[in-house]
Write a protein that binds this ligand. Structure first.
Ligand SMILES: NC(=O)c1ccc[n+]([C@@H]2O[C@H](COP(=O)([O-])OP(=O)(O)OC[C@H]3O[C@@H](n4cnc5c(N)ncnc54)[C@H](OP(=O)(O)O)[C@@H]3O)[C@@H](O)[C@H]2O)c1
Length: 258
């Protein structure tokens, strides 16, 4: 995800020389540096010395350690943004001993191709210029939203886990067509383009998905026949429950292990 953030920034016009990245292993440092043309270090405190903002993209279990390492060398006015699932603003504030404004963020993997969603949840005390600076980074990667922290586990289940659910659906749609004899590669491409087109219609028209569904559904036609088969499989509750369970799991990720 850290690479996706950096790539999006560079593609949107941030000079590679304005970024400093870090990683744990020499291999990742070398590959990130050669792929992105960015300076990549192994020492977090050194990397943030002149930074206006720090974006922490490590696994949830490593966040508190990294935030505490960068707290002292980072300029006082520079905010710390964490993209880790389940790690709350209060954990971030405690990790930096309240020396920095903190922002919890949740991007998703389509950010890597600038079609992502990032939700930002600023803690109390984040100034408008600190939030604007954070939005400038994540605006490079797709749509951004600013929401209250109470919604962060839910958006993790919806927009961060959601691409995996849609990939399974695209595969299943293609499987159905392959079962009818369509070549696999064409079936996958058509299923993906169809999902893209349907999603674009929801966004472009602003109409309720149920109304758009009704438009496709000719009486006694093939679409209503397929829709009833989906309803037999409890498609709505299955998908809604997946979001609910993924959100619940997100809320557990920041909890200490026993
Ligand atoms: N994957 C998603 O869809 C997604 C979506 C939204 C948010 N997130 C969040 O993004 C975070 C990263 O996930 P990921 O999938 O990108 O994980 P990842 O591929 O494992 O990347 C983590 C990176 O952190 C580096 N790292 C580990 N410890 C470090 C340290 N002490 N100092 C500096 N760098 C360190 C690792 O370096 P090495 O490679 O050298 O080990 C690695 O490059 C997680 O907190 C996750 O909750 C992920």
């Amino acid at each position: 995800m850290g690479r996706a953030v950096a790539q999006g920034m560079i593609d949107s016009g941030f000079p590679a020389s304005s970024l400093v990245m870090t990683a744990k292993s020499e291999d990742t440092c070398a590959s990130a540096s050669s792929d992105l043309g960015v300076e990549v270090l192994r020492e977090n405190p050194l990397a943030v010395r002149d930074a206006d903002i720090a974006v922490v993209c490590v696994k949830p279990k490593d966040v508190a350690k990294v935030v505490s390492e960068i707290s002292a060398p980072l300029k006082e006015e520079a905010p710390i943004v964490s993209i880790a699932a389940g790690i709350t603003n209060s954990v971030l504030t405690e990790a930096c001993q309240a020396q920095h404004a903190v922002i919890r963020a949740m991007p998703n993997t389509p950010c890597a191709i600038h079609k992502g969603i990032t939700v930002l949840s600023p803690s109390e005390g984040v100034t408008s210029s600190q939030l604007e600076l954070s939005l400038r980074i994540f605006d490079c990667l797709g749509r951004t939203y600013v929401l209250d922290e109470q919604h962060m586990d839910t958006v993790t289940g919806l927009s961060a886990s959601g691409p995996a659910f849609i990939f399974v659906m695209i595969e299943s749609l293609a499987d159905g067509a392959v079962a009818r004899g369509l070549p696999r590669q064409i079936a996958i491409e058509m299923a993906a383009q169809m999902v893209f087109g349907a999603a674009s219609m929801v966004l472009a028209t602003g109409r309720h998905p149920a109304a758009l569904k009704d438009d496709v559904t000719t009486p006694a036609g093939c679409t209503i026949a397929g829709l009833l088969a989906l309803e037999d499989g409890r498609i709505r509750s299955v998908i809604s429950r997946a979001i609910e369970i993924a959100s619940q799991r997100a809320s557990e990720l920041g909890e200490p292990k026993v």
